[in-house]
Design a binder for this molecule. Structure first.
Ligand SMILES: [Zn+2]
Length: 92
């Protein structure tokens, strides 16, 4: 547990991408957790590309990149070394 609002269920490297699955707490309903999956890739120019899906209304009804995807991505980037160190990856 690295954040009270985020639970990581799976972190794996697939080629040049990170695939992250987890749950992110709803901001409006604190007892609700959204299931989120994001794929993150760092581009050559230093930009970060992220795609994902979520079970919240913003995504399922509005097809929008929602706060939950961004929050999971940010929590992963901030805690990447801690999350990955137990998995036997080398991180670059
Ligand atoms: Zn969402």
């Amino acid at each position: 547990m690295v954040s009270k609002d985020v639970i990581f269920d799976e972190v794996r490297r697939v080629g040049r991408e990170w695939v992250i699955r987890g749950r992110v707490r709803s901001r409006s309903r604190p007892n609700t957790w959204h299931s989120v999956e994001v794929r993150i890739r760092r581009l050559r120019n230093g930009e970060v590309a992220m795609v994902g899906r979520c079970d919240c209304e913003a995504f399922t009804k509005g097809h929008m990149v929602c706060w939950h995807m961004l929050h999971l991505t940010n929590a992963f980037i901030k805690n990447r070394h801690r999350l990955v160190s137990g998995l036997g990856f080398s991180v670059n």
